[in-house]
Design a protein around this ligand. Structure first.
Ligand code: ATP
Length: 275
């Protein structure tokens, strides 16, 4: 699989306004991104450029959305991939892919006449796990080493400035070399939303849905403790499907309540150990 064909290297259409219940994380992220936007001031003050931001937190909380919104905010091209794409049986292939990834970011930015690119690596722990633990498998080490080489090589005055954003829910598993200054030296926590955050997310995902007067999203937010943004998106969709099955033109409260059960059931099925 070649990176030239795979990653969605493009301009992002996601805004921070499309992300619910993450005000703190968004503020922290924007503050870090302002470093990139005000590049000249940073250079004048002799501040070390920001090369990497690590988004940590459970699955489905909006880490990918945050990275896409960051690309929109900084008018950067966006290149996405997953740590699992670097794991190969043949030595050197992973490292080669890391090189290709950075090259794709530079080429796409040049093509779209942008001077910055954001590379997003989901599940960075797969390629950036602690070195030396896979004694039978030096491939991981080579891939991680190449990642460090690429990040160390990023300069403030590069024609295309690159910021690497990565996501993980296992920050404890990462090789400490990745967390050193000049690499992923900023961490932003993207946690599960609280009740008011869940309400915000539900509102976002019901923006274009016809809701009956009896719907209380506040009540649904109350009853969905522990649900991620991805769960809530799926809940809103399930509720609409249930309404359609009953040939309703609007979604009613009982559709949302039934959808809560459906999403929870789905979660249980996913967690069942494989037979
Ligand atoms: P993973 O770690 O599993 O990759 P993630 O944290 O990157 O998950 P996303 O891929 O950003 O999560 O979220 C998946 C989908 O869930 C989004 O496309 C969106 O529809 C919905 N979603 C997740 N979090 C939020 C949020 N905070 N606000 C609005 N929608 C959200």
């Amino acid at each position: 699989k070649s990176f030239n064909a795979t990653p969605a290297a493009n301009v992002s259409k996601v805004n921070f306004e499309d992300i619910g219940g993450q005000a703190t994380a968004i503020n922290e992220l924007k503050e870090a991104l302002d470093f990139i936007i005000n590049q000249e001031k940073i250079i004048n003050l002799g501040i070390r450029p920001l090369k990497g931001i690590l988004l940590t937190g459970p699955p489905g909380t909006g880490k990918t959305l945050m990275a896409k919104a960051a690309a929109g905010y900084t008018e950067s091209v966006f290149v996405a991939c997953s740590g699992s794409e670097f794991i190969e049986m043949y030595a050197g292939v992973g490292a080669q892919r890391v090189r290709q990834l950075f090259q794709t970011a530079r080429d796409t930015a040049a093509k779209l006449k942008k001077d910055s690119a954001i590379i997003f690596i989901d599940e960075i722990d797969i390629l950036g796990g602690k070195r030396g633990q896979n004694t039978s498998h030096h491939e991981y080490d080579q891939t991680l080493n190449q990642m460090l080489v690429e990040m160390d090589g990023l300069k403030v005055n590069d024609k295309v400035r690159i910021l690497v954003m990565a996501a993980t829910n296992r920050v404890d598993m990462l090789d400490p070399a990745l967390l050193r200054p000049g690499r992923f030296d900023r961490q932003v926590k993207v946690d599960l939303a609280d009740k008011s955050g869940r309400l915000e997310i539900l509102k976002l995902h019901c923006r274009n849905k016809p809701l009956s007067d009896d719907v209380s999203l506040d009540e649904i937010a109350k009853q969905t403790f522990g649900f991620s943004g991805a769960h809530l998106e799926s809940l809103a969709n399930e509720a609409a499907i249930l309404a359609m099955r009953e040939e309703c033109t609007e979604i009613k409260q009982h559709h949302f309540l039934e959808a809560i059960d459906k999403v929870m059931m789905g979660e249980k099925l996913e967690k069942r150990p494989p037979r």
